[in-house]
Design a protein around this ligand. Structure first.
Ligand code: ATP
Ligand code: MG
Length: 596
């Protein structure tokens, strides 16, 4: 791929002076060599009496059993600034009450428990409590409209949903007839009497609060279903990825090695539990690692976020490119005078992290962002920039211990085979690993297509360099073919956002009779810049200089914002469908209400 070489951004070297404390993964190469998943099992407890492995036990009850019950597990910061701390002992009791509540309704192992609410403390108690009861948990974005809620509840056989009176009234009440299997609705907070009269509707206070504080987790074979997660829907209709309790081994390993969690850390994952990062890394991994996790109910706002980082003395921060780009829009001025000295490790996931953003981290926070890669299907981080490794900005890092990755291409025998460094191909992972999805709900054929022999095929294109770093090229569906070149939208977008006027860019291929496809860019500008002919010419010139004429966009369209999924990813497929007047496909996860 012509846009790839050579890396334009110098490496960020990590020497001993780069760390505020010594990393858990001090020698990645040696640990990778010697690591076995049974090592991670050894860090955990297992259910008493050899009764299996349960995520909620490892995340919550284990700490209490081992004398860490008084440590703060969750610090919840409400929309109007209220602050509530929950110790591991509090969380153990709260989750047991919810498990008892489920049992009182005759629900338990294998039953679908759905969560539809903002980041309220009850969400955390319900998710972990349902896991204690061996129910199968599905979190939904509270901003979903009625239709995506209904289809997911139907597909996932929801038996009980926890939500708020307001969301119930607005989005769910009218759907109840369509969802005969949804027997119970639990409303969090003050509920109008009329709602409580609906069949199967309970208030959290009356159903849960009075339950016993103790609960014995039933035997949980590691293969027991745990979570059903719908993918972000960036490329089309979301898939329901089925996970099991054994995934906790990967949460333990990645929390320790990829996020470098030490047990006295104050950690903040900004992702909403409505998608997998907010669950695996907003709830499970930090608790398994025994840290204090910050939960912020409010949506993104740079000033509030900086306030949280400073006041709570956050030490490890896990966020996403879209949020980082929003902060970059505002420059470093809002950070002036803030004491962020507690911060020691920053990571990002969800989309490719533009090299510009990695480096901006250093200017703004004195620390680079560490990009890492995974997907709903992998259940946990697979490839990461870890503290002890130099960062090559634009690379997503190296496979973690226990993870065997490769770049594969289809050979003459019709099967996928690893290729050497510098060659583009599909990013594949050697099966099995503990947090691997065990199926796509009701879509066996689609699941089977993800595998070739021992390889899981991710659907993403990437490249490995001589040093073993992985570089994201694009989603297999997004790559542009123009005049014999393969063009990765991400590299064109990254070149554009190097320009001081550009906040965000989305790049697509437009069919063309002569060259196959021509590159078109959609650009959102930073405050203080106005769209216009002169700026467009300047950006086209900048891109040509950076990328060469064959790869640079031929046209640019200015947009106030780019369409994104609820989990914050640019939806290139939608830019393309709208440009070409094609069907827009599934829009259930579109962030705004701009659905035509
Ligand atoms: P769908 O599969 O429904 O289209 P999705 O793939 O966006 O949605 P997720 O599982 O939430 O759903 O996202 C995983 C995908 O996000 C990865 O396969 C990859 O394409 C992209 N991604 C995640 N992290 C990174 C990263 N660090 N660099 C590049 N791409 C990333
Ligand atoms: Mg995907």
């Amino acid at each position: 791929m012509s846009t790839a070489d050579p890396p334009r951004w110098p490496s960020i070297a990590k020497d001993a002076g780069a760390f505020k404390r010594s990393p858990n993964l001090a020698d990645p190469a040696a640990t990778r060599e010697g690591f076995r998943w049974s090592d991670a099992r050894g860090w955990l407890d297992g259910l008493p009496g050899g009764a299996g492995l349960n995520i909620a036990h490892e995340a919550v009850d284990r700490h209490q059993r081992q004398g860490r019950g008084t440590r703060t597990a969750l610090r919840w910061i409400g929309k109007s600034g209220q602050r509530r701390d929950f110790s591991y002992a509090d969380l153990s009791a709260a989750t047991s009450r919810f498990a008892n509540a489920l049992a009182s309704l005759g629900l338990g192992a294998g039953d679908g428990v759905f969560l539809l609410m903002g980041r309220l403390p009850e969400l955390y108690a319900a998710m972990l409590g349902a896991l204690k009861a061996r129910s199968v948990v599905t979190p939904l974005f509270s901003a979903f409209g009625p239709e995506p809620i209904a289809t997911r509840c139907e597909m996932g056989d929801a038996r009980l949903i926890v939500t708020t009176p307001e969301l119930y009234q607005r989005k769910l009440r009218a759907l109840r007839e369509r969802l005969p299997r949804l027997s119970h609705v639990v409303l969090v907070g003050e509920a109008p009497a009329a709602l409580l009269e609906d069949t199967g509707v309970h208030s959290w206070a009356s159903l849960v609060d009075s339950q016993p504080d103790t609960w014995t987790i039933p035997p949980t074979p590691p293969e027991s279903p745990s979570l059903l997660h719908f993918t972000s829907g960036t490329t089309g209709r979301p898939k329901g990825a089925q996970h099991v309790h054994e995934a906790v081994l990967a949460h333990a390993m990645t929390g320790r090695y990829a996020l470098d969690l030490h047990d006295d850390d104050v950690y903040w994952c900004t992702a909403d539990p409505g998608w997998v990062t907010g669950t695996s890394y907003g709830i499970i991994a930090p608790l398994v690692c025994g840290v204090t996790s910050i939960v912020v109910e409010a949506e993104f706002d740079a000033a509030t976020w900086y306030e949280v980082l400073e006041r709570e003395r956050v030490s490890v921060w896990y966020t996403a490119p879209t949020a980082i780009r929003m902060m970059m829009r505002l420059g470093t001025a809002p950070l002036a005078g803030r004491d962020l000295s507690a911060l020691r490790f920053m990571a990002s996931v969800g989309e490719p992290l533009n090299p510009e953003a990695v480096v901006w981290g250093q200017q703004a926070f004195g620390l680079p962002f560490h990009d890492n890669w995974w997907q709903t299907e992998t259940g946990g981080i697979m490839i990461a920039n870890v503290p002890a490794l130099d960062i090559k900005p634009g690379s997503m890092g190296q496979p973690l211990p226990g993870v065997t990755a490769a770049i594969v291409q289809r050979g003459a025998d019709g099967h996928m085979h690893p290729v050497g460094p510098g060659i583009d191909g599909e990013l594949a992972l050697k099966t099995p690993w503990p947090s691997m999805m065990r199926g796509y709900l009701n879509e066996q054929a689609r699941y089977d297509k993800c595998f070739d022999g021992a390889w899981y095929l991710s659907g993403d294109l990437a490249r490995r360099d001589e040093d073993g770093y992985y570089w994201f090229v694009g989603r297999a569906d997004d790559v542009i073919k123009s005049a014999g070149h393969l063009i990765a939208p991400f590299e064109v977008e990254s070149a554009l956002i190097e320009h001081p006027a550009v906040a965000e860019a989305g790049v697509i291929g437009i069919p063309d009779d002569t060259v196959g496809e021509v590159v078109k860019a959609f650009v959102a500008l930073k405050p203080g810049f106005e769209p216009g002919e002169a700026l467009m010419r300047e950006l086209l010139g900048h891109a040509r200089k950076r990328l060469g004429a064959a790869v640079a966009p031929k046209s640019i369209e200015f947009r106030a914002n780019l369409p994104k999924t609820r989990s914050g990813k640019i939806m290139r497929r939608l830019l393309k469908a709208r440009e070409l007047g094609l069907p827009e496909g599934d829009l259930s996860t579109l962030e705004s209400d701009e659905k035509k």
